[in-house]
Design a protein around this ligand. Structure first.
Ligand SMILES: C[S@@+](CC[C@H](N)C(=O)[O-])C[C@H]1O[C@@H](n2cnc3c(N)ncnc32)[C@H](O)[C@@H]1O
Length: 455
C-alpha cells in the first residue's frame, strides 16, 4: 500500500457502527415480538453457535466497552451460575437441544475470574443440556492473563477447548498505567506458554490502538513484542471511545488520546508490519496466518461477521446465554437483560430473559447481507445479491450508490457490472463505506453520542 494522506483521511472520522449486527443494537427495542422469535427457535433444526457471557471482573480496565460487572464478592459469581442453569433449563423448552453445536464461546467480563471448579461446573451443565457437539466444533474462551492458572487450563483442556483469546491491548507501561491494566510481557508469555503446553493450537491476542499516550513509535514496540509470542491470530481493535455510555472512559484526559491522523498511521503501520511478518488481514481488525481457516474463508468469499467478530460459522443459529447476550438467527436478533435484577426476575418467572430485540424487515435482511459481506470480504458480489434477493442492485441501492460516489472518485472503491470492490487503502475506511448501505444512518446523522468514531 502506498503512503496515504493522513490529514485527508482524518476528515472521514465520524461516528459510525462497527456492524457486528445490522440493524445495529440502537434499533433493538422492547416492543419486539418475543413470541415470533420463540416460534422461530422452536422450528429450527440447524447447527448452533452458543455464546455464554460471564460478566464479572475484579477491577476496571478504563477503556472497556464490554458489558461487565466489577465485584470482589464470590457469592455474586456463584449466584450467577445458578441463574445460568435456570436459563438453560428454560431455553431447553424452546429449542431442540439435540441440535449440533459447532461453535461455543465464553465471553466476558473475565471468564477466568471464575475458578477452575466453577468453570468446570458451568461447561458440564451446558454440555448436559446440549450434548451434541460437532467433531470439529470451535470451542473458545476469552482470557485475561492476569487471571489464569493451570487448574483452569486443565478444565478447558478436559472439555476440548481449542481456541484461546488473550487480552493484552498494549505493552507500553505508561499506556498500561493510564488504562488501569498493568500486565507485563512475562505474564502474558507465561499464559500463552501454558495454553500451548495444553495443546491449544489457535491463540489470539487482542490489541487496541487509540488508547491514551499511544504513539506510532510506542505501538511499533507493542507489535514487535506481540510477534515474539507467535500468536496464530491477532485482533487489533480501533479503540471505541464512548464515554457517554461507559463511565470509566471519562477518566481519560481526552487530550492524551492519539489524533485520527496518528491512529491512521498506527493502523497503516500495523497492516504493513503484520503482512510483512506473514499475517493476512481478515476483515477490518483481524490478522491471521495463511494456514488459518479464516484465511481460506476469505479466499472463498465465505467469511462472516457477527457479535463474536469474524467467523467461518456464519450459517449457525447464534444463541446468547447469560446477562446481555445476543442471539441471532433468520430474521431476528434478541438480547438478554443488561441489568442483573431484571435478568434474575425474568428467569424467576420462568421466562427467557429477553430485554429487547428486532425482527428484520425484508429491506433490513437484504441490507444486512450486503453490509456484512462488505465488512467481511471488502467486496460485494452484485450478481449473487441480485439472484438471491430478486432485486436490480443498481436500482434498489440507487441512493447508496450515489453516496458511494465520493469513495469511487477517491479510488477507494471500484464498481463494475457485477462487483463492488474496496481497495486496500479503502479498507481503512470500511465502516464509512458500509454506512452508505445503512438505511438508519440518516436518523443518527446529527447525533454525536450514537457510535464511536470510524477513524
Ligand atoms: C471482554 S474483553 C476480553 C476478556 C478479558 N476480560 C480481557 O480483558 O482480557 C474483550 C476484548 O474487547 C476489546 N475491547 C474492550 N473494550 C474496547 C473498546 N472500548 N474499544 C475497542 N476494543 C475494546 C479488548 O481488546 C478486549 O480484549
Amino acid at each position: 500500500m502506498g503512503k496515504i494522506d493522513l490529514e485527508k483521511f482524518s476528515r472521514y472520522s465520524k461516528p459510525g457502527p462497527r456492524y457486528t449486527s445490522y440493524p445495529t443494537a440502537l434499533e433493538f427495542n422492547s416492543d419486539f415480538e418475543y413470541e415470533s422469535y420463540l416460534n422461530y427457535l422452536e422450528k429450527e433444526s440447524g447447527q448452533l453457535s452458543l455464546y455464554v457471557h460471564l460478566p464479572f471482573c475484579r477491577s476496571a480496565c478504563y477503556f472497556c466497552g464490554c458489558n461487565v460487572i466489577f465485584t470482589s464478592k464470590g457469592d455474586k459469581l456463584s449466584r450467577y451460575v445458578e441463574y445460568l442453569k435456570k436459563e438453560l433449563a428454560i431455553l431447553k423448552e424452546y429449542l431442540d437441544s439435540s441440535r449440533e453445536v459447532i461453535q461455543f464461546h465464553f465471553g466476558g467480563g473475565t471468564p477466568t475470574y471464575y475458578g477452575a471448579h466453577e468453570l468446570d461446573e458451568i461447561v458440564t451443565t451446558i454440555k448436559s443440556y446440549f450434548p451434541n457437539w460437532g467433531e470439529e466444533a470451535e470451542i473458545s474462551v476469552e482470557i485475561d492473563p492476569r487471571y489464569f492458572n493451570e487448574e483452569q487450563m486443565k478444565v478447558f483442556a478436559k472439555h476440548g477447548f481449542n481456541r484461546i483469546s488473550f487480552g493484552q491491548q498494549d505493552f507500553d507501561e505508561r499506556v498500561q498505567q493510564e488504562v488501569h491494566r498493568v500486565q507485563p510481557y512475562d505474564l502474558t508469555k507465561k499464559a500463552v506458554d501454558l495454553a500451548r503446553e495444553y495443546g491449544i493450537k489457535s491463540i489470539n491476542i487482542d490489541l487496541i490502538y487509540g488508547l491514551p499516550y499511544q504513539s506510532l513509535e510506542s505501538f511499533k514496540e507493542t507489535l514487535k513484542l506481540v510477534l515474539t509470542l507467535d500468536p496464530d491470530r491477532l485482533a487489533v481493535f480501533n479503540y471505541a471511545h464512548v464515554p457517554w455510555l461507559k463511565k470509566t472512559m471519562r477518566k481519560f484526559d481526552e487530550t492524551t488520546l492519539p489524533s485520527p491522523a496518528t491512529k491512521l498511521a498506527i493502523f497503516q503501520h500495523t497492516m504493513e508490519y503484520l503482512t510483512q511478518n506473514g499475517y493476512q488481514m481478515i476483515g477490518m481488525d483481524h490478522f491471521a496466518k495463511p494456514e488459518d481457516e479464516l484465511f481460506a474463508a476469505i479466499e472463498k468469499g465465505e467469511l462472516h461477521r457477527n457479535f463474536q467478530g469474524y467467523t467461518t460459522k456464519g450459517g449457525a443459529n447464534l444463541i446468547g446465554i447469560g446477562l446481555t447476550s445476543i442471539g441471532e438467527g433468520g430474521y431476528y436478533y434478541a438480547q438478554n437483560f443488561k441489568d442483573m435484577k431484571h435478568y434474575e426476575e425474568a428467569i424467576d418467572s420462568g421466562k427467557l430473559p429477553f430485554e429487547r430485540g428486532v425482527e428484520l424487515s425484508s429491506d433490513d435482511y437484504i441490507r444486512k447481507a450486503v453490509i456484512m459481506e462488505i465488512m467481511a470480504n471488502f467486496s460485494i458480489d452484485i450478481k449473487r445479491a441480485e439472484e438471491e434477493f430478486g432485486i436490480d442492485f443498481r436500482e434498489y441501492f440507487a441512493p447508496s450508490l450515489a453516496s458511494l460516489e465520493e469513495f469511487v472518485s477517491a479510488e477507494l472503491v471500484t464498481l463494475s457490472e457485477d462487483k463492488l470492490q474496496v481497495s486496500q487503502t479503502g479498507a481503512l475506511l470500511i465502516r464509512n463505506i458500509a454506512m452508505v448501505f445503512d438505511a438508519y444512518m440518516q436518523k443518527y446523522s446529527g447525533s454525536k453520542k450514537s457510535f464511536s468514531k470510524t477513524v
